[in-house]
Design a protein around this ligand. Structure first.
Ligand SMILES: *[C@@H]1O[C@H](CO)[C@@H](O)[C@H](O)[C@H]1NC(C)=O
Ligand SMILES: *[C@@H]1O[C@H](CO)[C@@H](O)[C@H](O)[C@H]1NC(C)=O
Length: 370
């Protein structure tokens, strides 16, 4: 009925607006918009457009991607945002915000603002030169909303953002590419580890509140993985293949405080806006018992060189395993596509130990009722 009365009012001035409204209604049937913020674990190619050393745009990255070509994803194939997009209705994964192809109706699918190398802090990743720090990612999110408003109007844009799913992955680089980057780093001289973690959590809280102010209402927040167990740290810090105790201590301090901060924010807001994904536990499952997940190893990266294939970058000159599905780690820092699938499976269906206060299946069921 509402449609009819709008239709009768429809003049040549109103018609474009009316068509846009129909398209967004069509879009809503397909699924909700998806926005991604964070670092290399979730970057789908923004760094391809930047002058930076933090990039994954040459082979063998992407070797198992549908196109078998590098895309800027730090994976042999799909990454975590791709697999989440798959599970929220098989939509296409949102394009990198810097991609020239992200325009017109494709904007309504969402956008990926993530940039490899960044952290919670502005001084994290300075060695990568030109990366999109989190404050800039949020500024782009604001710019995105202005661009979408031109297409569908401010009210529909706000609705699109309010109803969207958001993923944010930060923190790992604040340890490996800042505090522990070199012995006696500036941050490690400034802060003891427990004080540094408290500082990171307080800065992260400001970032999450800003995302909320910008309209996000369902935000998956991942913790860090078991930082001391990645092939890069085994190569640099381990004698017998044991995980680096210092980096494990960092992850063990950071992750529970992040969950606590998130639950506090939710009670301040009075709604379950933020959802803590216990990625430490999700990763630990296959790192501790790789064979149970069909991996031959969780210590040696598929692509790399040196001990555990953990030194330097994954390039065309690196060792490359023939079957990526039997390695938990694709390169010295990043899980393989198959490992990402185990992580996303827990995000979608995990118990409250993995997803606090609830998993994605529950979120989707709740949100479809409103
Ligand atoms: C990081 O940089 C941005 C942009 O320059 C600034 O607004 C923000 O306050 C900085 N954050 C911290 C913690 O210094
Ligand atoms: C999701 O979480 C709920 C609550 O913890 C749990 O009962 C359910 O089994 C989980 N999995 C799915 C698929 O809903």
């Amino acid at each position: 009925m509402a449609t009819l009365s709008i239709a009768t009012l429809c003049t040549s001035i109103l018609l474009p607006f009316f068509l846009a409204t129909l398209l967004i209604i069509g879009g809503r049937v397909e699924g909700r918009a998806f926005f991604v913020f964070g670092d290399s674990l979730v970057d789908s190619g923004n760094n391809n457009y930047l002058t930076t050393t933090a990039r994954a745009d040459s082979p063998p990255y992407g070797i198992d991607f549908p196109t078998h070509r590098p895309t800027g994803r730090f994976s042999n194939g799909l990454n975590i945002p791709d697999l989440i997009s798959e599970s929220i209705g098989g939509r296409e994964s949102p394009l990198p915000y810097l991609s020239p192809a992200l325009r017109g109706q494709r904007l309504l699918v969402g956008a990926n603002f993530a940039s490899a190398g960044i952290g919670i802090l502005n001084d994290t990743g300075v060695q990568f030169v030109n990366i999109i720090r989190i404050s800039q990612q949020l500024a782009y999110f604001q710019q995105y909303q202005q661009r979408v408003s031109v297409l569908i109007g401010a009210g529909e844009t706000q609705r699109l953002v309010n109803q969207a799913l958001v993923l944010i992955t930060l923190g790992g680089n604040d340890f490996v590419n800042n505090y522990y980057l070199v012995p006696f780093s500036a941050r490690s001289r400034q802060f003891s580890l427990p004080d540094y973690v408290r500082y990171l959590i307080s800065e992260y809280q400001k970032i999450l509140m800003r995302i909320y102010e910008l309209g996000a209402r369902r935000v998956l927040v991942t913790g860090t993985g078991p930082l001391g167990c990645v092939p890069a740290e085994l190569a640099m810090r381990s004698r017998n293949g044991e995980c680096s105790a210092e980096l494990q201590r960092a992850a063990a301090l950071f992750n529970p405080q992040l969950t606590q901060m998130i639950l506090n924010l939710n009670s301040q807001i009075g709604a379950n806006v933020f959802i803590a994904a216990n990625t430490q536990l999700m990763n630990n499952d296959f790192i501790r018992n790789p064979q149970a997940f069909g991996f031959v190893t969780s210590k040696v990266a598929c692509c790399g060189q040196g001990p555990y294939n953990g030194l330097g970058l994954c390039t065309q000159l690196s060792n490359l395993c023939p079957n990526r599905d039997i390695y938990a780690f694709w390169d010295p820092f990043h899980p393989s596509e198959r490992a990402n699938r185990f992580i996303v499976r827990q995000i979608v269906t995990g118990t409250s130990e993995y997803m606090n206060p609830m998993n994605l299946t529950t979120i989707l069921a709740l949100d479809s009722q409103t």
